[in-house]
Ligand binder design. Sequence first.
Ligand code: GLV
Ligand code: GLV
Length: 381
Amino acid sequence: MSRLEWRTVNPDGSRRVVVTKELPGDRWLEVLKAADCRVEICTSNDVLTTEEIKTAIGKSCHAAIGQLTEDWGDELFGALKSAGGTAYSNYAVGFNNIDLNAATKHGIPVGNTPGVLTETTAEMAVALTFAIARRTGEAERFMRAGNYHGWLPTLFVGELLKGKTVGIIGAGRIGSAYGKMMVEGHKMNLVYFDLYQNRELEDYISSYSQFLESQGEPAVTCQRAKTVEDLLKLADCVSIHTVLDDTTHHLINSERLSLMKKNALLVNTSRGPVIEEAALVKHCRDNPGFRAGLDVFEKEPNMAPGLAELDNVVIVPHIASATLWTRSGMATMAAGNVAGLLMGYPVWNKPEVLMFLENGAPKAAPSILNAKELKLSFHAE
Ligand code: GLV
Ligand code: GLV
């Protein structure tokens, strides 16, 4: 028997769709059923190898939904193409596990799941920020170990965030949502680094600042940093929200860490390799007042040697998008990508995608990354 187990939903469907993991919620299956799909789902928790996914695709497969832990490149897109496949969706907003050029070369449109993770992921970045600012990981371990023998003025003294400066690297949807949460919730000043100016964010913070002043409270500011270095020097707390590509790989290295304040906070909910993890371990070891909150790791599921022993680090297992609403929404979005393409619908080209979670969703594929390259038609409106 193979080590992997599968289950089939809607066995009479005429279009075979392979899904490499169980996904939360039911709506995504309804979406695929409505597109006459027979859905084969791998129910095992193991990460599938490329060979195992190829076997699952087999000789006839119309579409696939895959995970960020899988390498979707020339081999798999080639296999999907040969099996008659015409659609793929990643069950993720990030797509560094995908070779988009290879998909395009094989004529396979690739979907992702933006929009539904924005607030959920930003909230996790906030959770990690406070976990490190107020040292909840260390303090919890201390309690559980029975070490609490009475209140002390000096016990687990952390950092106050109100009025300090929060820095976001990458001011896209998630970065901006996090930035707003920190500014609105904790009256922080904001500095961001991004290739593009985010005027919407700047205007929003400026209006919020006017509101604060109208209430007799101090103003808050929003500025765009010219360089990552400028941001790192200025910010008391830095959260990373970039994509992972060649330009952001090891964006945070020992040199840049050394520019940060000795008691700065660093949060990463984007992708592990954006930080040179060994350098971070060394930096945290040498600077006990510096703290890092990590949801992602350079060589997931492994951690750099020494990381897990550090008290000034809070670590969680890549769960930033893990709320039921988001995870089932991502499933619906991935199913919508695949079903939309199989039905021959055009591609949606607006950033608002939440209507795809509802009944009466537009007849379109919500988010296709290589639609332009493949010259797919866009939803006209
Ligand atoms: C999660 O990390 C995602 O990219 O969706
Ligand atoms: C993800 O949704 C982003 O654009 O930040």
